[in-house]
Write a protein that binds this ligand. Structure first.
Ligand SMILES: [Zn+2]
Length: 337
């Protein structure tokens, strides 16, 4: 295998006859699994699809931008309809396609997929995922994609082989050879793989009051805490400061963000960003700097059921921060306040 990822593809410039022929071939290829983005699953059509000519998969324009940022040693991106395609590139798209590319690159499938959405945090989620997938090979089958395509060991003594002439797989157990994958050859489905990057940093949280009338007063106080969203967990933990977190001190509190609703809000001229994480048992009101905000939202995105705009009216702004009309009183039992 060369230093390049996926399959080696030539650089020869297609003649005009070759271009015309290949446009027709590509039109026939952009069907079925190839009509949704290999990474974010957004629906694709021939006219708006992009493709990685070495990886052999089809993708949307936003994911193609992330592929391009990986570098051409990992992914070589072309527009399906607008670029001039030579025979070798189309041969490789025929050899692979999204279904086979997913079988290799997502052999151990991701536990959460990035959501195709616009905005910085969504882009960061896609970027983390695409980098995990093609650069770190977090979900990939063992070995190199070219070797995997040609020959692959399956369960119960079966192996899978590639027939170049028909661009099809066939299966053999030494005694018999068949075109359709035998059920006995399929391995048990693998455990889904964690992949998201997580994040840690300072955030201010609203301290909850204990009960009764003191609740209002106490709820107006923000306390600065070191928050950690580990890369392998949906539980957000917070500490008094960074050194207590790294020295293994017990956390002051934690919140499982799986299935949470997050309310987003920007306040103040300085661009203070606030978000409230609402779970079944608790609301946690947080604020942080713009520079950290997108990273927090990206770290939360895999678990969160929905993001909603925080529509709180700022009529009592003169007093400073106000209670959030959408979010009920805090039920925060941390002893640290
Ligand atoms: Zn996409």
């Amino acid at each position: 295998m060369s230093a390049e990822q996926g399959m080696c593809v030539s650089n020869h410039k297609a003649s005009s006859a070759e271009q015309r022929r290949n446009e027709q071939r590509l039109r026939k290829l952009v069907v079925g699994e190839n009509t949704r983005c290999a990474d974010c699953l957004l629906p694709l059509e021939f006219r708006n699809a992009w493709a990685s000519i070495n990886l052999g998969c089809y993708m949307c324009i936003q994911c193609s931008g992330v592929h391009r940022s990986l570098g051409t040693h990992l992914s070589k991106v072309r527009a399906v309809a607008a670029d001039d395609w030579n025979d070798d590139w189309v041969d490789n798209m025929e050899r692979w396609g999204n279904e086979r590319a997913a079988a290799f690159w997502e052999a151990r499938p991701p536990r959460h997929r990035p959501v195709q959405a616009f905005g910085d945090s969504a882009t960061r989620g896609l970027r983390d995922y695409i980098r995990a997938k093609y650069d770190h090979r977090t979900f990939a089958a063992a070995g190199e994609p070219g070797d995997w395509l040609l020959n692959s060991t399956m369960a119960n003594g079966w192996s899978r082989h590639f027939d170049e002439a028909s661009s099809s797989f066939y299966y053999s157990d030494g005694a018999q050879t068949v075109w359709d994958v035998p059920p006995a050859a399929l391995p048990a489905p693998p455990e889904p793989t964690h992949w998201w990057a997580g994040y840690e940093g300072w955030l201010e949280k609203k301290s909850g009051g204990k009960a009764g009338k003191s609740k209002w007063r106490m709820s107006e106080k923000w306390s600065k805490r070191w928050f950690i969203m580990p890369p392998d967990s949906s539980r957000m933990r917070y500490y008094k400061n960074e050194s207590e977190a790294t020295n293994g001190k017990a956390e002051l509190g934690e919140l499982d963000c799986e299935g949470a609703t997050v309310f987003l809000k920007t306040v103040g001229k300085g661009g203070v960003h606030r978000f409230t994480v609402r779970t079944a048992g608790r609301d946690l009101k947080l604020r942080g700097a713009k520079s950290d905000f997108d990273s927090w939202i990206a770290a939360l995105r895999p678990f969160v059921k929905s993001f909603e705009e925080d529509l709180e009216e700022d009529s009592v702004r003169a007093r400073g921060e106000t209670m959030d009309s959408q979010c009920p009183d805090f039920d925060d039992d941390d002893s640290d306040g």
